[in-house]
Ligand binder design. Structure first.
Ligand code: RRO
Length: 309
């Protein structure tokens, strides 16, 4: 039984990686991912300069997932570029997540990536829900069009976008139309956390995290149906692009569902935060077991082959 696959022509030992933000903020964590069973990995979304992020507590485990308002804590783009220049690309591909606070910052960072000549793949994060006072580009379709035009002319290589979840068919259509106008957008990562949820502690009658009066991005089991819908919606509307699935993955069954819905590669966020990089061993075993039971020998036999009624 073979879990190996390809992503944009690059061989992967398994269709699994971390979600940006989880286990990838500092070198020690990045090295742990490099040594794990993950088939690829991505760095923490970076800004031009280092940020402390929002005040703590800013992450809380929930019964079926997590809530976070980290606020883009990161070491600054140069730190992750230094990692990217030392990464072993024969071992596994590296994605480089960028979430500049302004269009100019994004253009500066992508110019630096280009100059560094690393084989890292740019994942442009258009969906951070947690920077106070900053709207998500993914929900502003005019701004989305502008940033894709600007990055496409400034950056000579294929890149991808990390999108927020959408909840309306008209929005799937409109965003897919915009993305399809940009040939360099080779992949789409669906989804970021469901923004600005709220959970409450019953005993103390308080919110669970300090920033934004307790509002934060929701991840984990809560978001699986929304994630699968977004993966499948963009898979069918953007046939020339690859989809990376993210959202609600904690078992091999969830990985299988994302692949069936059209993902070529599946990211793990909340469950990786809770369980650590050893989780990739279990996810691979569980995925292999499901494939064996169903009689599939390779991932390509079922990837994107979701049936409708
Ligand atoms: O750092 C964060 O607060 C954060 C980011 Br940049 C993101 O894209 N998604 C998220 O849930 N948290």
């Amino acid at each position: 039984l073979d879990l190996s696959t390809f992503f944009l022509g690059r061989p992967l030992t398994a269709p699994l990686m971390n979600a940006s933000g989880v286990w990838c903020n500092v070198n020690g964590q990045l090295h742990a991912l490099a040594e794990s069973e993950a088939g690829a990995m991505v760095t923490k979304s970076c800004t031009l300069l280092r940020r402390d992020g929002n005040p703590e507590p800013r992450y809380h485990t929930l019964s079926m997932g997590s809530i976070n308002s980290m606020g883009l804590p990161n070491e600054g783009h140069q730190y992750y570029l230094d990692y990217a220049e030392r990464h072993d690309y024969e071992n596994k591909p590296l994605f480089f997540s960028v979430a500049g606070l302004t269009l100019d910052d994004n253009l500066t960072i992508v110019a630096q990536i280009q100059d560094a000549y690393t084989p890292a793949l740019l994942e442009l994060n258009l969906s951070c829900p947690n920077v106070p006072g900053k709207a998500q580009i993914g929900y502003d379709f005019d701004a989305l069009d502008v940033i894709l035009a600007e990055i496409s002319s400034a950056y000579s290589r294929p890149f991808g976008v990390k999108l927020p979840p959408y909840f309306d068919t008209a929005h799937f259509d409109e965003v897919a139309d915009i993305l399809n106008r940009y040939e360099k957008v080779n992949f789409i990562t669906c989804i970021n956390s469901i923004g600005n949820g709220l959970m409450i502690d019953m005993d103390s009658e308080t919110v669970l995290i300090k920033p934004k009066q307790g509002f934060g991005g929701i991840g984990g089991e809560y978001v699986l149906p929304t994630a699968l819908a977004n993966v499948n919606a963009f898979h069918s509307r953007c046939p020339k692009k690859s989809i990376i699935g993210c959202g609600g993955v904690s078992t091999g069954e969830h990985v299988f569902m994302h692949l069936l819905a059209g993902a070529s590669l599946v990211q793990v966020g909340t469950a990786l935060y809770e369980q650590g990089p050893e989780i990739f061993v279990r996810l691979k075993t569980e995925l292999a077991t499901i494939m064996q039971e169903k009689g599939y020998k390779t991932i390509r036999e079922f990837q994107g082959k979701l049936k409708t009624l």
